[in-house]
Design a protein around this ligand. Structure first.
Ligand code: KG4
Ligand code: ZN
Length: 338
């Protein structure tokens, strides 16, 4: 089945075409304008989506050599995300679906991430664990089947990506902070400063990164009051903070694999680009005999391929007529938390 995907939940305008699980195109336009403001500005995000969405969708169709009348379903992200951004994508998708009489499949953005481990044709048996770790989420899922999964743990305050971004801001680095901290950490000493590992020893699968953020803030105020950091100090602080975040992510993921007797871990979301996280997870996978799937970056970040892929599955499993109801609404937060 040939499915068109549309994703506009935050600051990426993306469209993709997927056919029988194979990704034929996956166009992602990232809105770099937000970097000037040190974070995503919702109003700017929705305006840019409006300006470029038709071009992005057209490109996805052209690159996959698909005509709109060959599309058998349109999958669109309808929650969670920035409401103005979601409204642009869902309404564009509704317009196309109504005009061409195509079924329209509303997809939860996070569900898209959960199943993104399949996008590169990986052989992945259920059940498995997925860690979605981005600027907005740090959540562990126990995934039993295509439609069945449960949240087993989540951050109680900041997401891991948010912690990277906020610490980078305190250090006077740019936005997004994660890649900058990752780069500086490469020549830093991760053991020089000891920052807190929130909930590391707790008996659940929850995360907490706000204590780390506060600790870095007080540390900087106390130790470096009135003087600039040396280059070495900056790199050591980055490496030490990164180490604290990664240690908790790795430890809780492995605990989840053990507790739920799973042999595969899927990582998704922007923070999965982190080089220390990838290295540590691969080392642990070799040691503990599980497999870790980190999809390539275009499938880890916000993308429409994961939306189209899940849309195809849902359409195949659907009862007839189910997706001809175009009345659903975009939601900033899911109505039903799972
Ligand atoms: O999934 P994503 O592209 O967007 C959403 O949050 O929706 O994730 C962006 C987050 C940002 O917080 C960014 O700092 C973080 O992912 N990030 C990283 C790295 N690359 C991106 N964090 C740590 N290390 C990286 N290499
Ligand atoms: Zn995302």
């Amino acid at each position: 089945m040939r499915i068109l995907g549309i994703e506009t939940s935050c600051d990426e305008t993306s469209s993709a075409v997927v056919d029988d699980g194979a990704v034929l195109s996956n166009i992602i336009s990232s809105q770099v304008l937000h970097n000037l403001y040190g974070g995503v500005v919702p109003e700017i995000a929705s305006r840019i989506h409006t300006q470029i969405i038709s071009r992005v969708v057209q490109e996805a169709l052209e690159q996959s050599l698909t005509k709109i009348n060959e599309i058998e379903g349109i999958a669109v992200t309808y929650q969670p995300g920035l409401i103005g951004s979601l409204v642009v994508g869902t309404n564009f998708a509704k317009g196309l679906a109504i005009r061409f009489g195509i079924p329209l499949i509303p997809i939860d953005h996070i569900e898209g991430h959960i199943y993104s481990g399949f996008l590169e044709g990986e052989k992945l048996d259920f059940p498995f664990v997925t860690l979605v770790v981005s600027g907005g989420h740090t959540t562990l899922y126990f995934v039993k089947s295509v439609i069945e999964y449960e949240v087993i743990g989540a951050t109680r305050d900041d997401a891991a990506g948010e912690a990277f971004d906020k610490i980078a801001k305190m250090l006077g680095l740019g936005y997004p902070g994660g890649p900058l901290i990752d780069k500086l950490s490469k020549e830093g000493d991760p053991a020089r400063y000891r920052f807190p590992r929130g909930l590391l020893k707790s008996d659940d699968f929850d995360f907490s990164f706000s204590g780390l953020k506060t600790s870095v803030r007080y540390f900087l105020q106390k130790e470096f009051k009135g003087r600039n950091l040396t280059d070495k100090e900056l790199r050591d602080i980055c490496a030490s903070a990164q180490n604290a975040i990664v240690e908790v992510l790795v430890s809780k993921s492995i605990k989840a694999l053990n507790r739920f007797s799973c042999k595969a871990l899927v990582i998704a979301g922007g923070v999965s680009a982190n080089s220390l996280l990838r290295k540590k997870l691969k080392e642990e996978a070799d040691k503990n005999n599980f497999c870790v799937i980190i999809p390539k970056m275009n499938y880890c970040m916000d993308n429409a391929a994961m939306i189209a892929y899940l849309g195809e599955w849902k359409l195949k499993l659907s009862t007839s007529g189910q997706f001809y109801n175009y009345m659903f609404r975009a939601n900033a937060t899911p109505i039903r938390s799972r």
